[in-house]
Design a protein around this ligand. Structure first.
Ligand SMILES: Nc1ncnc2c1ncn2[C@@H]1O[C@H](COP(=O)(O)OP(=O)(O)OP(=O)(O)O)[C@@H](O)[C@H]1O
Ligand SMILES: [Mg+2]
Length: 385
């Protein structure tokens, strides 16, 4: 931000009693704005970006040097209601607010945004925009509720694993013996028993992860996890689907359990692949993205500190979207819209992400479904142990 603009913003925010405080301590306004977690954007009369704080950079998904070369019209189509709000601010000279705005373009996809636009005194046509993503708050709220759902199967999972597995291996062994000794016609039945026993064992194995065991953690390279899953997918169930990767190579390791993280990503990619496989999706595509995101934090149960979750992993598909009736219970076990689905995939994902102290968010509409994981990184404290 140029010095001239800094002074003008100071003039704008420094009226009344605040002005004295501003003069006494001479704060750097750009610094104050940058520290704000709310996205703030200053546009010049031609809608060029004159100032963007850190939160706005993240919100728009474009870096400051790039934004410095751009106008708002490069980010949003001219018929977006945001331009009406900006015009209104310019013509009326007063602050205008709008709620539940959709900011949508090939580069941007935000819904439920509250925007406040204010004029800057002494600079004709400049508009200060404050953006608030109410939908993000709603999504985070919902995920916290999902955690409890995963817990409710904990006890049942432990009992199942314990009580079912032993007799099951007996049944399987007996069927195998029969297979070797009975005649052709009965052999088919013995094979059927063995196959079904295997199916139950797989199910119980998947349930077992719900039992409360502490997880073994180490520094995990999330890109290796993603590439492992992508290769599994492309050589099997997702051979017909195009994959795109947008990885941030500078990401630090996740503090987590590699096998479980593979399970999480595998379940998300499998769902995405199943979603884009229908007749409604023309060019099936799955997009894997990683990034570093400041400012996502969560309270740790039973502790006063809050855990930072700066690592973002997203799995996106262009399928038909999550069915409306499933959404409120998406992460509950046994919720499925698929004829042969067990409905355990996302319950498992929620459980593992929760065990890692992370968060999962979903945004879904026809043509675009995105699951976003927020995960903790390895801190100095942990690498010492
Ligand atoms: N990417 C997606 N696009 C559309 N719907 C999805 C997507 N991911 C999940 N869903 C919906 O959520 C439901 C629950 O998913 P979940 O992975 O828990 O179970 P499932 O895939 O049906 O069965 P399982 O994973 O146990 O084989 C799915 O049946 C589907 O309706
Ligand atoms: Mg699934």
């Amino acid at each position: 931000m140029s010095g001239a603009i800094t002074r003008r913003v100071l003039a704008a925010v420094g009226r009344g009693p605040e002005k004295r405080i501003a003069e006494q301590r001479a704060p750097d306004t750009a610094q104050i704005l940058s520290a704000m977690q709310v996205p703030v954007v200053l546009l010049d009369p031609d809608n060029r970006f004159r100032f963007v704080n850190h939160a706005a950079e993240q919100f728009l998904g474009v870096s400051v040097p790039q934004l410095a070369q751009m106008r708002l019209t490069d980010l949003l189509p001219a018929d977006n209601p945001l331009f009406m709000l900006i015009d209104q601010v310019r013509t009326t000279g007063v602050t205008v607010s709008d709620h539940e705005l959709t900011l949508e373009s090939p580069r941007l996809n935000k819904q439920g945004i509250t925007v406040q636009g204010s004029p800057l005194p002494e600079e004709d046509g400049a508009v200060l925009l404050v953006l608030q993503d109410a939908s993000a708050a709603r999504a985070l709220d919902r995920q916290l509720a999902f955690r409890g759902a995963a817990r409710s199967v904990t006890g049942m999972a432990a009992i199942l694993a314990h009580e079912v597995k032993n007799p099951l291996s007996g049944i399987r062994g007996a069927a195998q013996l029969l297979e070797a000794s009975v005649d052709e016609a009965d052999r088919e039945l013995a094979v059927l028993i063995r196959d079904e026993a295997d199916r139950i064992r797989d199910l119980v194995d998947r349930m077992e992860i719900f039992s409360e065991k502490p997880i073994a953690r180490s520094a995990v390279n999330i890109h290796r996890v993603l590439e492992h899953v992508r290769m599994l997918a492309q050589s099997g169930f997702a051979a017909h689907i195009r994959f795109a990767e947008h990885y941030d190579p500078s990401l630090p390791p996740v503090w987590g359990n590699r096998d479980q993280l593979i399970q999480v990503v595998l379940n998300l990619v499998k769902n995405a692949a199943e979603a884009v496989t229908g007749p409604d999706t023309r060019n099936p595509e799955i997009i894997l993205t990683t990034g570093f995101q400041h400012g996502v934090r969560i309270a740790v149960p039973g502790a006063t500190k809050r855990l930072d979750l700066p690592l973002l992993v997203s799995v996106r598909d262009n399928g038909p979207g999550i069915p409306e009736d499933i959404r409120p219970h998406l992460f509950d076990p046994f919720i499925s819209s698929k004829p042969s689905g067990s409905g355990l995939g996302l319950a498992l994902v929620a459980k593992i992400v929760g065990d890692h102290g992370g968060l999962i968010e979903v945004e879904s509409r026809p043509g675009r479904t995105e699951f976003r994981l927020h995960l903790p990184v390895l801190t100095d404290e942990e690498s010492d142990t």
